[in-house]
Ligand binder design. Structure first.
Ligand SMILES: Cc1cc2nc3c(=O)[nH]c(=O)nc-3n(C[C@H](O)[C@H](O)[C@H](O)COP(=O)(O)OP(=O)(O)OC[C@H]3O[C@@H](n4cnc5c(N)ncnc54)[C@H](O)[C@@H]3O)c2cc1C
Length: 252
């Protein structure tokens, strides 16, 4: 699949799929339709996807789903649930700007057709040793909701986020059933990093966390991983996955 998904880090124009690529897409993707698309807040949209091709799928919380935007361009989202009997899944998209994913989420309407690649392995939330600390940003709010679908739900979980608007993210987390999250609001020049790092270290040490999930902005993950390792976290305890980095498109 790697060669049929556009490597969007380049500035090259998006090629239209040729015959072979179209055939590969047909074989590798699942067809679905948007069942509902609902604003959870000004920047978050909940999108439900349904179709017979989504029936009978063995989904595990933490897996990713790549959604076709146009041609060979895909963007990655995290299913927050999967009803394998009905053939239905749901993602929560953060509309951060004018990228294809953000535009797709903004324009999504019931009845729109979509092509999906996955679900595929990304992070394994079911196998997470607890107590566990989950750290992320707006793009990690869907994944935090997916964690609630594990057998242990929110038991022995602690959530910490960086966000442009703490109030907006808190409201969306609440709507998705993720309660008690701590949120540090972003500041110009990453001035909030010291506070975020201090809170991550304090949370890690307070509950003797067995594992720490770090998702969201690549630079934040790097910085917090270093800080936690300096406080005794070993690599096996840290489950990291960068979801985006400034200037990179469709990072995955
Ligand atoms: C495994 C995985 C799971 C993911 N799950 C989710 C999910 O459930 N929900 C969700 O909303 N996102 C999720 N993401 C992140 C999402 O795929 C990216 O944010 C993606 O870049 C969005 O595509 P876009 O077309 O809007 O922006 P792009 O065209 O990819 O990027 C355009 C510009 O915006 C910047 N950018 C991208 N994301 C952000 C951001 N969050 N804040 C500020 N600037 C940004 C880019 O660096 C680039 O400069 C996931 C990513 C991965 C790898």
């Amino acid at each position: 699949m790697a060669d049929v998904i556009e490597r969007t880090q380049t500035k090259a124009p998006v090629p239209k799929p040729g015959f072979l690529q179209a055939a590969a897409l047909h074989l590798l993707t699942r067809a679905a339709v948007i069942e509902t698309a609902v604003d959870l807040s000004p920047h978050f949209r909940s999108i439900t996807l349904a179709g017979r091709a989504l029936q009978g799928i063995a989904w595990a919380p933490g897996q990713k789903l790549q959604i076709q935007m146009r041609g060979l361009t895909f963007r990655t989202y995290t299913p927050i649930l999967w009803d394998a009997v009905a053939g239905r899944t749901q993602v929560v998209a953060y509309r951060h700007g004018e990228g294809r994913g953000a535009a797709w989420a903004a324009a999504a309407e019931a009845g729109d057709p979509v092509l999906l690649f996955g679900p595929r392995r990304s992070l394994d939330f079911a196998g997470l040793e607890r107590p566990a600390l989950f750290i992320g940003d707006e793009t990690s709010i869907g994944p935090a909701a997916a964690l609630l679908e594990t057998a242990q739900g929110a038991d022995e979980m602690r959530f910490l986020f960086e966000a442009t608007s703490a109030a907006e993210s808190a409201a969306v987390l609440g709507k998705l059933g993720v309660h008690g999250a701590e949120i540090v609001e972003r500041q110009a020049g990453d001035g909030h990093y010291a506070a975020l790092e201090a809170m991550a270290v304090a949370a890690f040490e307070a509950d003797r966390q067995q594992s720490v999930v770090l998702t969201g902005k690549a630079a934040t993950i790097q910085r917090l991983s270093r800080a936690l390792k300096a406080r005794g976290a070993v690599s096996g305890q840290l489950k990291t996955k960068a979801y985006w980095a400034p200037g990179k498109q469709g990072l995955d």
